[in-house]
Design a protein around this ligand. Structure first.
Ligand SMILES: Cc1cc2nc3c(=O)[nH]c(=O)nc-3n(C[C@H](O)[C@H](O)[C@H](O)COP(=O)(O)O)c2cc1C
Length: 184
């Protein structure tokens, strides 16, 4: 499976990197990290992306201005896309069809090709504009799956809570995993 993972500048950009770390090896990952995501990763976690992901194989990393990347074209036949986390800025651009960087262009391509797309918005609280944007995208078939905590699989640490969230996104993308204990 070819999967695009876009990381934008909302809080929790580290979750996007952790999601990539958990990906099974058979998935070919096309990763775009926005300029703002790099800033938030540095400020929130002091993370250097290349060293964080250095053990992962099958990953291609792009800058947001690399508009010539394969995922910018429908002919590349990417299968699925997730924007994790999705900032309100990128969400608004996706809603209105703006394609001004590799993330929003890849989104537009996946939308026109009618491929599976998941957005994981991060904001608190949501404004009416954001709620309207999310409804519009949901009606277009995009799955809105925010960073939303749950406690039913007995998570007690932040690590376990993050694994739970990643497991939920994997479920939506039909990626097998063992990241949280399912409700029985
Ligand atoms: C540490 C930090 C945390 C941020 N958290 C959020 C957030 O949770 N949600 C959000 O929409 N924007 C957040 N922002 C603001 C975005 O980074 C900003 O709107 C930026 O323009 C988003 O650009 P992008 O969509 O191209 O990544 C945060 C910024 C910083 C520096």
């Amino acid at each position: 499976m070819k999967l695009t993972i876009a990381i934008t500048g909302a809080s929790g950009a580290r979750l996007g990197l952790k999601f990539i770390k958990h990906l099974p090896k058979h998935i070919e990952a096309f990763v775009v990290i926005s300029k703002s995501a790099k800033i938030s990763l540095k400020l929130e976690h002091n993370i250097r992306i290349k060293s964080y992901l250095q053990d992962n194989t099958n990953i291609h990393i792009f800058k947001e201005n690399q508009i010539q990347a394969p995922i910018a074209s429908g002919s590349f036949l990417c299968d699925k896309m997730i924007i994790l986390p999705c900032s309100m800025n990128t969400l608004a651009k996706c809603t209105t069809g703006i394609s001004d960087n590799l993330i929003t262009r890849a989104f537009s391509v996946m939308l026109k090709e009618k491929k599976d797309i998941i957005l994981a918005p991060r904001e608190m609280p949501y404004s009416s504009i954001v709620l309207k944007n999310m409804l519009k995208l949901s009606k277009l078939g995009i799955i809105i799956a925010p960073l939303s905590l749950a406690y039913y699989s007995k998570q007690t640490t932040l690590e376990q809570m993050e694994d739970f969230l990643i497991g939920k996104w994997f479920d939506l993308l039909k990626i097998e995993h063992n990241l949280y204990e399912r409700w029985k």
